[in-house]
Write a protein that binds this ligand. Structure first.
Ligand code: 1GP
Length: 235
């Protein structure tokens, strides 16, 4: 189970790495080759999702991936249409940084009938968008403002509210293709003052930046664009 694994990893300071595949940006024919590259990489998980993915293509993508890899596949959905029973788990996201009720409760309620038809492991995740120098897709699609990248105290307060609400994971997100990743000092402050595992992603493009995020306290780092642009990124 994904959550047990991430808790175990946190306890043993074993760092996890997810490669994010956005079905909208992937040519179906290239999936087997992508999966083989992922198998050769240090990735421990594959995340699948995006802000504007068309419904219907996710099942096919995951079925093809599963023929090539045994890595767990975790849905990272932009909306309820991105739920697929073919995956192993789903990050059940609440956009804690925003004040748009659609992303605080409406989509979650609408997702339930779909989830009930699957065996997906559902993981309550507090999702916190941090300002990153450009307007990212999450910001545009969710119509919410990211949190100030210079205000770690407020980000921590938001993360702690997520814990009190009952989130089992926290996710600090700069947004896909972000100019600047989440500040290290913000990762450190959040990691040191919360108990649940911490995911960090957005704008991380080098091996050094991955290590720095781990050093600061990230338990799992997500890489999307860097791998999308260069499938040899991890070689
Ligand atoms: C996952 O959205 C990110 O949190 C992925 O960001 O595409 O910038 O790696 P990148």
């Amino acid at each position: 189970m994904f959550y047990t694994e991430i808790l175990e990893a946190k306890k043993n300071s074993r760092k996890l790495l997810a490669i994010l595949l956005d079905p909208d940006k992937i040519e179906m024919g290239s999936v087997p080759a992508l999966a083989r590259k992922i198998n050769e990489s240090p990735a421990t998980h594959i995340f699948v999702g995006g802000s504007i993915v068309n419904a219907g293509i996710i099942d096919g993508l995951i079925i093809t991936l599963k023929q090539e890899t045994t890595l767990p596949i975790v849905l990272f959905p932009g909306n309820p249409s991105q739920i697929s029973k073919e995956a192993d788990a789903i990050l059940f996201l609440t956009l804690l940084s925003g004040r748009n009720p659609d992303y605080l409760i409406e989509h979650q309620v609408n997702a339930v009938p779909f989830l009930k038809k699957t065996n997906l492991e559902v993981i309550s995740t507090g999702y916190i968008l941090i300002e990153s120098g450009t307007k990212t897709a999450v910001e545009r699609v969710s119509k919410t403002e990211p949190l100030d990248r210079n205000n770690s105290d407020y980000v921590l307060q938001t993360a702690q509210a997520g814990e009190y609400i009952g989130n089992d994971l926290l996710y600090l997100e700069a947004g896909s293709g972000a100019k600047q990743p989440v500040p290290l000092e913000m990762i450190a402050k959040t990691a040191q003052n919360t108990r649940v595992p911490l995911i960090v992603g957005g704008g991380i493009r080098t091996k050094e930046a991955i290590d720095a995020a781990y050093q600061a306290g990230a338990d799992l780092v997500v890489i999307g664009t860097a791998f999308e642009n260069d499938i040899n990124f991890f070689s």
